[in-house]
Design a protein around this ligand. Structure first.
Ligand code: PRP
Length: 181
């Protein structure tokens, strides 16, 4: 497919993403090799592509559930308020839980998720995040499995959107500044 005109530079190609997802899956599979079951919690919408690829590359038993969140006032001024739109279907008490996110930006969403799941008495709780923008962080959050650190650009593709568009691009590209400024 031709690159949409709104996209400038391709930051991470399909091949580069696939290679890193494979590495993360190997590391997670090794770390949870003794665990009876791993519960992967995908954070909608952004994480659906990453979760699909990551989960299918795992060699340990796992199940998949989802949670949907939305943050208020995204963009230049993030307030940090997070709204729960849809909760998981199943209980995670006593299970090894892995939160799967597409990106950690200010950190407020992941902090909310970690607080929420910690209160549900999982056997363990870790986070796997594809992208991190360290320059944007407002709250420190632990990320046990990280794909890539990226600069502070508006990125789309591989699950990430601009006004709900570009989520199914196979690569991660930077949106041209004139599109969102
Ligand atoms: C994005 C992303 C993370 C969150 C990270 O979600 O998927 O959940 O923002 O930002 P933070 O670290 O500043 O909290 P968004 O609210 O854009 O929703 P979406 O996943 O449905 O696109």
């Amino acid at each position: 497919m031709r690159k949409p005109s709104a996209i400038g530079r391709v930051l991470l190609s399909e091949d580069v993403i696939a290679g890193r997802v494979r590495e993360l899956a190997e590391q997670i599979s090794a770390d949870y090799s003794g665990a009876k079951e791993l519960v992967m919690i995908g954070v909608l919408k952004g994480a659906f592509v990453f979760l699909a690829d990551l989960a299918r590359a795992l060699t340990v038993p796992h199940r998949v559930d989802f949670i949907a969140l939305s943050s208020y006032n995204k963009g230049a001024v993030a307030t940090g308020a997070v709204r729960l739109i849809m909760d998981t279907r199943t209980s995670v008490a006593g299970s090894h839980v892995l939160i799967v996110e597409d990106i950690v930006d200010t950190g407020h969403t992941l902090e909310y998720l970690q607080r929420t799941f910690e209160a549900r008495n999982p056997a363990s709780l870790r986070s796997c995040v594809l992208l991190s923008k360290p320059d944007r962080r407002q709250v420190a959050v632990p990320v046990e499995y990280l794909g890539f650190e990226i600069p502070d650009l508006w990125v789309v593709g591989y699950g990430l959107d601009y006004a709900d568009r570009f989520r199914t691009l196979p690569y991660i590209g930077a949106l041209k500044r004139e599109v969102y400024e």
